[in-house]
Ligand binder design. Structure first.
Ligand code: NCD
Ligand code: ZN
Length: 479
């Protein structure tokens, strides 16, 4: 008889990115020890009966904002990761637009100390790439950031958008570090120009927010980012893809072999600017904006078929009073998403948008691959971390602000019905949520272990670090 396992999840339907099959999962030391027929499993100290439930790899969300340090009236590391646990999310990558922003290795270490003490799920931390911190990119990579965040468009925190010169040099540097740059792709000069013009003309409605940041604002910044990535060999990730008009360009740059991944968000697939006339309109203000309803179809299709690689939340909580105001321009951008991604997306699965296997791919396997976690996370296989979510695929629930554990208790999904619900979340074998109750103590969450493939810089003989003597002679592909 094999040795005793710590925990056995039995009678569930296991869903991977290739198959859905009945199986039991034995867990030992926080890792998956065995998968198979219940009769073949070792004895276990504890058991969870998953009869009638699906067992998926835990969601990996590469785009969340937890606001601590500096804005913890909006969210903190404990409330943010509790929201993750409630939503079936076992790993989060947190953005650097806190106060102060994570722009140095020292600030990264300071935030890591906070996260380490408070998180109930696993995490990675981004460092920011900005005009004045290019010399800090390598030290931040060395210290352990999961990747870099580049704000090309202005948003919460008002981090100034770097010039194209600084961005290209930033990409040159990152091309040697191998880490991925996650890009908020909106053209800042255009959006500021248009906001000023619209405000001066007295236009203050929710629709005007969309018109300030109309599609070309996003498409141009995305195309520019892809060009710079192709030239330098920097790895990139396009965050919150919001427009169907990007899709042909994404396909073009992918076909050219650019090392890029793309995410979209449930809000672009389920909400529309037409809804912004209603009572929840202001809450929907976010960047890039929620667009016309016709865009949902092509974006959904692109996510199902592969032009878009993954689903994230852009969990962007604000205090409820920051989400009200007379003019759209006065309303904070963003809203919570960690508790609604899985129910909303699995409702689309139930409606036939994509098979459950593809959902596993876009919510867990692909994020793990893009950021060098795959194998340890993002997969149900022996040896992997036992990061799992148990889902009732037939449970109807109504989304509402009073169910949110985030501090941002306000949601544009108020009253929306979903047809699937996470009932338990396990991080490294330990239940952190069961039946809507948080079980883990702050500090259970750990920083993830990342292993990116070797860097592949290009056009190194043209790079400023080399030409200006700060870095050694070129060693990459001299294409
Ligand atoms: C985000 C936030 O509030 O930090 N807001 C948003 O509207 N998406 C920032 C961001 O992801 O751009
Ligand atoms: Zn953004």
């Amino acid at each position: 008889m094999p040795e005793t396992a710590d925990l056995l999840i039995k009678n569930g339907m296991v869903a991977t990115e290739t198959a859905v099959f009945p199986a039991s999962i034995a867990i030992k030391g926080g890792k998956i020890a065995a998968i198979g027929d219940a009769a073949e499993m070792p004895p276990a100290a504890e058991e969870i009966d998953a009869a009638g439930l699906f067992v998926l790899p835990g969601v990996i969300d590469v785009h969340v904002h937890f606001r601590e340090p500096g804005m913890d009236h909006k969210e903190d590391w404990e409330t943010g990761t509790r929201a993750a646990a409630m939503g079936g999310v076992t790993t989060v990558f947190e953005m650097p637009n806190t106060s102060p922003p994570v722009s140095t290795a020292e600030r990264y270490r300071q935030k890591r100390a906070i996260a380490d003490a408070k998180a109930v799920v696993d995490y990675g931390l981004y460092g920011v790439m900005s005009e004045d911190n290019l010399a800090e990119l390598a030290p931040m990579a060395e210290a352990g950031v999961i990747g870099f965040k580049l704000f090309l468009g202005n948003t919460t925190g008002n981090l100034p958008c770097p010039s194209d010169g600084a961005v290209l040099e930033g990409f040159e540097i990152v091309s040697h570090l191998g880490k991925r740059v996650s890009i908020h792709a909106e053209n800042s000069p255009i959006l500021f120009w248009r906001e000023d013009r619209l405000q001066a003309a007295g236009r203050n409605t929710a629709m005007d927010h969309l018109l300030a940041r109309t599609d070309v604002v996003a498409v141009e910044a995305m195309v520019r980012s892809c060009l710079f990535a192709e030239w330098t060999g920097a790895r990139i990730h396009i965050v919150h893809e919001s427009t169907a008009r990007s899709l042909p360009y994404l396909e073009f740059f992918k076909s050219r072999g650019v090392d890029m991944t793309v995410e979209t968000l449930p809000q672009y697939l389920t909400l529309a600017v037409e809804d912004m006339d209603g009572p929840l309109g202001n809450i929907m203000r976010m960047n890039p904006p929620i667009r016309e309803r016709w865009q949902q179809g092509p974006l959904r299709e692109a996510l199902a078929k592969g032009t878009i690689d993954m689903i994230s939340t852009d969990h962007a909580p604000h205090a409820p009073e920051e989400k009200v105001g007379n003019r759209i321009w006065d309303i904070a951008c963003g809203f919570p998403g960690l508790q609604s991604q899985l129910p909303l997306m699995l409702s689309l699965v139930n409606q036939g948008l994509m098979p459950l296997t593809r959902y596993v791919q876009i919510s867990s396997a692909n994020p793990a691959r893009a950021f060098g976690l795959y194998g340890r996370k993002g997969v149900i296989q022996p040896g992997a971390d036992a990061d799992l979510v148990l889902v009732d695929m037939a449970r109807r629930e109504t989304l509402s602000a009073d169910k949110l554990v985030s501090k941002g208790k306000i949601t544009p999904y108020e009253g929306m019905t979903v047809s699937a619900w996470p009932v338990a979340t396990l991080v490294r074998g330990r239940p952190v949520m069961r039946d809507g109750e948080i079980l883990a103590n702050p500090g259970w969450g750990e920083e993830v272990v990342q292993q990116m493939p070797p860097a592949a810089p290009r056009n190194v003989e043209t790079q400023l670090g080399y030409l200006c003597g700060a870095s050694p002679a070129p060693a990459g592909d001299p294409s």
